[in-house]
Design a protein around this ligand. Structure first.
Ligand SMILES: *[C@@H]1O[C@H](CO)[C@@H](O)[C@H](O)[C@H]1NC(C)=O
Ligand SMILES: *[C@@H]1O[C@H](CO)[C@@H](O)[C@H](O)[C@H]1NC(C)=O
Ligand SMILES: *[C@@H]1O[C@H](CO)[C@@H](O)[C@H](O)[C@H]1NC(C)=O
Ligand SMILES: *[C@@H]1O[C@H](CO)[C@@H](O)[C@H](O)[C@H]1NC(C)=O
Ligand SMILES: *[C@@H]1O[C@H](CO)[C@@H](O)[C@H](O)[C@H]1NC(C)=O
Ligand SMILES: *[C@@H]1O[C@H](CO)[C@@H](O)[C@H](O)[C@H]1NC(C)=O
Ligand SMILES: [Zn+2]
Length: 488
């Protein structure tokens, strides 16, 4: 019992003192500025679904002013040097023709495991949709230039691990076509929930395989891919079981509508679309696809993914790219920042020894499970604000706990302390994760708690008690503004 009480106090204190920068910051709005209003765009036909080889020649001219694959590689590497203290450059594999799939990770501790959410942006999934790869370089450079100057940039760098893959399909780009060098549409190449079209692992494209392995390495909370040919934020499901064009929502339909709306409403004019109310659409309600990346992310990788169509024109004149960046800037930033500014976040601990438990989080009424991290047991659950949720934490070998929360527009921290299951005879069950939990971190923590000096320990409890009283006063004083922290 004392253990429990002590530990809960500790958690309360720890979560209060840590991450002060998590405090709520309102979303920036993107009021259209005057200089945008008079730009006239040539209306060009959309070629959303099919390649038109006879147009390839024309498109070669469109590509003038866009980065070539070599330019992109140089830009990524130069970025890595210029912004080395908040970034890391790595490759997740190679395209069919051997072009490295470069990723920029942006974080104050790139490459290090932290109790923070990770977000990924992927551009140029379709070779003939190159606007995304340009926008993502603008985004990376803006974050680098504005870190410690702009609160939104600082918030992202310090609280999120942002991974940017500017081009998933460099071969398609140099061929000026939608598909990769093997003539496969990469956004139809993932395992599908309804049809076993891509279940044969050997026939999977190297670009697809690279993404799938990437998601085994990194636990992404959310992501988005950038496409061109329309102006809309698209969310799951992308396919229907009967192949008909119908609205088909995932268990997290409200969550996805919320995320897609952050993008469209932060955009210069996406939300004023006449074709798509609010500038968002369910994928299957628009046109169903099978083997898409978006559904696969949500089903198999715990990652909430959107498909963003960022410009009506697939190859706008390169001179327009800075304007398109300005149109999309706040959307790209606010979507990443939403992982910190909204949702329920926390860690799961064992009441016995206080070690982190890599358990699971579910929400009553939503058939979906979010996994806590293996090292820190942190979880990040995006949810539409303005609703009541029952959040349940589970871990094999431990008793589940749940609590009902009211989630408002800001983020909420909710830590769980789980009790080991006790068998009929009263002996504590062996925990299945005993051996593979991060033992170094655990040992240090346990030693810290139960170090040789008993007097120190009691002194510490006293100090904690005092701090706790102080904290409660503070919470009372600013309860309406402070980030809410609850330990269950
Ligand atoms: C935009 O165009 C309108 C008329 O079409 C004109 O009155 C206005 O001065 C223009 N604004 C700018 C900034 O050029
Ligand atoms: C391809 O584009 C050309 C030129 O715009 C057009 O005449 C032709 O009908 C298109 N073909 C298909 C299959 O869309
Ligand atoms: C990165 O370097 C810049 C300039 O050298 C410095 O101002 C900034 O504090 C550094 N950022 C981090 C996260 O270390
Ligand atoms: C958004 O603005 C661009 C540039 O002015 C224009 O081409 C496009 O039609 C607009 N879209 C909507 C949905 O208003
Ligand atoms: C929950 O989702 C899983 C697939 O993730 C499915 O197998 C199961 O039938 C669903 N349960 C309910 C009650 O819908
Ligand atoms: C929540 O916990 C209570 C007891 O604490 C339990 O009776 C109830 O079944 C739990 N609900 C869920 C959804 O786990
Ligand atoms: Zn596309």
């Amino acid at each position: 019992m004392t253990n429990n009480l002590f530990f809960s106090l500790f958690l309360l204190l720890a979560s209060t003192l840590s991450s002060p920068s998590l405090a709520r910051v309102p979303f920036h709005t993107n009021a259209p500025s005057e200089d945008f209003k008079n730009i006239s765009y040539a209306t060009r036909a959309r070629h959303l679904l099919e390649d038109n080889e006879s147009q390839a020649q024309k498109i070669v001219d469109f590509a003038r002013g866009y980065m070539t694959n070599d330019d992109l590689e140089t830009a990524v590497k130069e970025f890595g040097q210029r912004c080395s203290n908040i970034s890391r450059i790595y490759s997740i594999g190679k395209s069919v023709n051997g072009v490295p799939l470069w990723v920029i990770e942006i974080s104050d501790k790139p490459g290090e495991e932290e109790a923070e959410p990770a977000f990924k942006y992927i551009g140029n999934v379709h070779g003939d949709e190159p606007v995304g790869r340009e926008l993502l370089l603008f985004l990376a450079n803006w974050l680098c230039d504005n870190h410690l100057k702009d609160p939104l940039a600082t918030l992202i760098v310090e609280n999120v691990h942002l991974h940017i893959l500017p081009s998933m399909n460099p071969d398609g780009f140099s061929l000026r076509r939608r598909r990769n060098a093997n003539n496969i549409d990469l956004n139809r190449n993932f395992p599908d929930q309804f049809f076993p079209v891509n279940d044969d692992e050997d026939s999977r494209q190297p670009e697809t395989r690279a993404i799938m392995n990437w998601l085994r390495d990194i636990r992404f909370t959310a992501s988005a891919t950038l496409h061109g040919g329309a102006l809309v934020a698209n969310y799951p499901w992308d396919g229907t079981e009967d192949k008909k064009t119908n609205y088909y929502g995932s268990p997290d339909d409200d969550t996805f509508r919320f995320m897609a709306s952050i993008y469209s409403h932060s955009h210069y004019n996406m939300s004023s679309s006449k074709e798509f109310p609010g500038g968002i659409t369910n994928g299957a309600a628009w046109y169903p696809i099978y083997g898409g990346m978006q559904d696969w992310n949500y089903i198999h990788a715990g990652c909430f993914e959107l498909t963003l169509e960022v410009s009506d024109d697939k190859w706008p004149n390169a001179a327009e790219l800075p304007v398109i960046w300005r149109y999309n800037k706040m959307s790209l930033l606010n979507l990443v920042a939403s992982l910190v500014k909204t949702g329920v976040h926390g860690r799961i601990y064992s009441s016995g020894d206080g070690r982190p438990l890599p358990g699971f989080i579910t929400v009553s009424g939503i058939n979906y499970t979010v996994r806590a991290g293996t090292v820190f047991a942190d979880y990040h659950r995006i949810l539409a604000p303005g609703d009541k949720y029952r959040v349940v934490a589970t871990m094999p070998g431990y008793k589940s706990k749940n609590t009902t929360i009211w989630l408002d527009d800001g983020p909420m921290t909710l830590d769980f302390v789980l009790d080991p299951e006790v068998s009929v005879k009263g002996s504590v069950l062996q925990n299945v994760y005993d051996c593979n939990c991060n033992s170094k971190c655990r040992q240090e923590f346990v030693q810290f708690l139960w170090g040789a000096h008993l007097e120190l320990y009691f002194g510490f409890i006293l100090i904690l008690g005092l701090l706790c009283i102080l904290f409660q006063r503070r919470v009372k004083a600013k309860s309406s503004r402070a980030k809410r922290t609850v330990v269950v």
